[in-house]
Design a protein around this ligand. Structure first.
Ligand SMILES: *Cc1c(COP(=O)(O)O)cnc(C)c1O
Length: 475
């Protein structure tokens, strides 16, 4: 487009007043108010001017009402909304971690819609405790003496350290002084809690004898932190939990009170990941059996429930946590408790791998995934023509568990691979689709993994992909 053509396109842009007089726009303005309509038109005109400057034509005169309607709808979109996760990362922290089971969603809906016995004892007809909900279920499933549910695992760790270790020493292996993500660093949390960090051993090797040498009457606890998001290989040693328990509990009766063994499992799991071809992720029951006094883990990682921090362990310690003032600041609401209790019910009925999405995804069979990827390819081939460098195929691929569990571990899958010279433009169009689609990008290819896309989203995913490929071509 040369300069004269550009000027002629600029002249096609109507004035705001002229647009407001168009009957379809006047109708919209009556609905949303003239002020909002004027603002919307101004920003649409600014966008149009930028587009012309970049060499694109002005909108057709008749297109303005539809543009205005789209812009208004866009502005009214909820900020937080559903996204199709085609990345193959099951517990994707950026995409909201665990999707909830149908039962958990129903339970949330039931308590959210009205009043509930959140803090009301229906037997006694008197005040009850919110901390009683889901507590018995957690104890039944894990063998723990008692349980406390707080806002998230980071909060759980903070509370445990502040309530049980303040002013005293906490021993941690140098190999476990980790950053979890989002700037959450174990040494920083320790400092904030008022406990004193004592580093033990070296980055790659820490032995039981390092802990026995560091234990003193000042020791409040030995803490183990699961290395959720990285893996050390080679010349590496960390003591087993049983060994730590023997050392810690052999020192009972010290001046400042007996030392505790605290185990931050990160994800934690109630089911054995090794049964699904994955490395073993530490199980909550095993940690308690091995002698941990306190175990903490997340509600929305491999447990597959809502965001929460679960603290399990000895009754007398949990009682002290429950009385601590920070517990009030970290408390969970009724929707969380409802979702958690319903999620735990799936485990109690032995139905976790059928009902809990995270486990359904982990347990998905390779042939079922291949069949879905092939069905996607078939539907897509009917919608797009393979020209302008677009090629579609199914490939063998790998899914990941993610969410700070099983780093480096993958599950075999089949992906839909779409080759296009405009990967970035197509990926951007997918992110702007409704619902947005997030996929993996590998050089010239967009990869879509059926493991993490919910089956009821199959049609929307492929229709949005076909549209994005067309838009990608237009840009
Ligand atoms: C994920 C994780 C946390 C933080 O849990 P949130 O529930 O996200 O607060 C803490 N410790 C470890 C080892 C983790 O993997």
């Amino acid at each position: 487009m040369n300069e004269a053509e550009r000027q002629s396109e600029f002249r096609k842009l109507p004035a705001v007043d002229a647009l407001l007089r168009m009957p379809a726009i006047a109708l919209l303005a009556a609905e949303v108010g003239v002020e909002r309509m004027t603002e919307t038109l101004r920003s649409l005109l600014a966008e149009a001017r930028a587009a012309i400057a970049a060499g694109r034509p002005a909108p057709e005169a008749g297109a303005w009402p539809a543009l205005a309607e789209d812009a208004l709808a866009q502005a009214m979109q909820p900020s937080l909304r559903p996204v199709i996760n085609a990345t193959g990362v099951i517990v994707h922290t950026n995409l909201g971690r665990a999707p909830l089971s149908a039962a958990a969603r129903q339970a949330v809906n039931d308590v959210a819609a009205g009043y509930s016995n959140l803090e009301y004892d229906l037997e006694a007809g008197a005040r009850g405790s919110r901390y009683d909900h889901a507590r018995a279920a957690l104890c039944e499933l894990t063998g723990a003496e008692d349980a406390l549910i707080v806002n998230n695992n980071a909060g759980a760790i903070y509370l445990v350290l502040a309530a049980l270790c303040v002013g005293r020493e906490v021993l941690i292996s140098r190999g476990q002084l980790v950053e979890i993500g989002g700037g959450f660093r174990i040494p920083d949390v320790l400092r904030q809690s008022g406990a004193r960090l004592v580093e033990v051993g070296t980055t790659n090797r820490t032995h039981v004898r390092d802990f026995s040498a560091a234990l003193s009457p000042e020791t409040a606890a030995v803490m183990r932190v699961h290395s959720s998001n990285f893996r050390q290989i080679g010349f590496v040693t960390e003591p087993r939990l049983e060994e730590l328990a023997a050392v810690v509990h052999g020192r009972s009766g010290e001046a400042g009170g007996p030392a505790l063994l605290i185990d931050d499992l990160g994800s934690g799991t109630l089911l054995d990941t090794a049964a699904y071809g994955l490395a073993p992720e530490p199980m909550v029951q095993e940690s308690l059996d091995a002698g941990a006094d306190i175990v903490t883990f997340s509600g929305d990682k491999l447990l597959g429930g809502p965001q929460a921090g679960l603290i399990l362990g000895r009754a007398e310690l949990i009682a002290r946590l429950r009385r601590h003032p920070m517990t009030r600041a970290l408390r969970v609401d009724k929707m969380t408790l409802a979702a958690l209790d319903a999620t735990l019910r799936s485990y109690r009925r032995g139905r976790a791998t059928e009902e809990i999405p995270v486990w359904r995804m982990i347990a998905a069979q390779p042939d079922a995934l291949q069949a879905r990827a092939e069905a996607w390819l078939l539907r897509l081939s009917a919608l797009v023509t393979e020209d302008a460098g677009v090629r579609c195929a199914v490939w063998a691929g790998e899914s990941a568990v993610g969410g700070g569990s099983l780093p480096g571990e993958t599950l075999p899958t089949t992906v839909l691979a779409v080759q296009t010279p405009r990967v970035d433009a197509v990926a951007a169009a997918l992110r702007h689709a409704s619902p947005p689609v997030v996929c993996r990008i590998q050089k010239e290819h967009l990869l879509f993994d059926p493991r993490t896309a919910l089956p009821e989203q199959d049609e929307a995913l492929i229709d949005n992909l076909a549209r994005a490929l067309q838009q990608g071509e237009e840009r």
